[in-house]
Write a protein that binds this ligand. Structure first.
Ligand code: CA
Length: 236
């Protein structure tokens, strides 16, 4: 059973560079998807939100900076980490890229290890959950490397789907997610599954997690969805 690896969207129109980047991301333990221009990038992001976007500055049709602005304008993707890939010497571009909301930039040509290091740094800053092998919330702890889950120090047995579901909720505690959002994030957008399937897995997760003497930490928000939260810890 594999843990969920951070998913990186590569937006780049030069095939050899795409190949180099995706090969090295995979080797470093990331998943990647590819978009060859801005339109493809926006569609890919809409389909399934990546954990980080590597965005080439010089793209056909729509420039990298315009994509960056569009990502930042949309409330759903406003916080999506972006690293811009720029050509050497284009100092203005880098400044404009950061102005447009990019989190960092990498100058071409770059070494694969430099790129991977930047990706890790940005993810650590923006999504601290990826930097840890151990997730904890209230009396739940999840060891992502051994796949051990405990509740108040007692071992909990989870199926693979319930594990992924709990992991996602642990990475975003006290936030309400609709069934559709959970489907996209936990199952992926490619699979067609009835939103009601989420209810089935939430029920199994609850049953496994709610050991005697513990409180139910999964809140059902009528007609909205689900949240993992301790009483009074709700996000505003
Ligand atoms: Ca290019």
């Amino acid at each position: 059973m594999n843990s969920i690896e951070p998913n990186i969207l590569i937006v780049e129109d030069e095939p050899p560079l795409v190949e180099l980047i995706s090969y090295n991301l995979e080797k470093a333990g990331f998943q990647s998807r590819i978009a060859r221009d801005g339109e493809e990038a926006m569609l890919a992001i809409e389909e399934q939100q990546p954990d980080l976007v590597l965005l080439d500055w010089m793209l056909p049709y729509v420039s990298g900076i315009e994509i960056c602005r569009r990502i930042r304008r949309n409330p759903d993707t406003r916080d999506l980490p972006i690293i811009i890939l720029t050509a050497r010497g284009e100092e203005d571009d880098r400044i404009r890229g950061l102005d447009a909301g990019a989190d960092d930039y990498v100058v071409k040509p770059f070494s694969p290890s430099e790129l991977i290091a930047r990706v890790r740094t940005v993810l650590r800053r923006t999504r601290p959950a990826f930097d840890k092998d151990l997730l904890t919330y209230a009396d739940i702890s999840m060891d992502l490397s051994s796949h051990r889950v405990t509740r108040a120090d007692a071992a909990v047995e989870l199926g693979p789907t319930e594990f992924r579901l709990l992991r996602f909720l642990m990475e975003h505690p006290a936030r309400v997610f609709s069934r559709e959002q959970l489907l996209d994030s936990v199952w992926g957008h490619d699979t067609y599954i009835e939103p009601r399937t989420v209810d089935v897995h939430i029920r199994r997760l609850r049953k496994a997690m709610n050991l005697p003497g513990t409180v139910d930490l999964i809140r059902t928000v009528r007609s909205s969805g689900y949240a993992l939260e301790v009483d009074g810890d709700a996000a505003v």
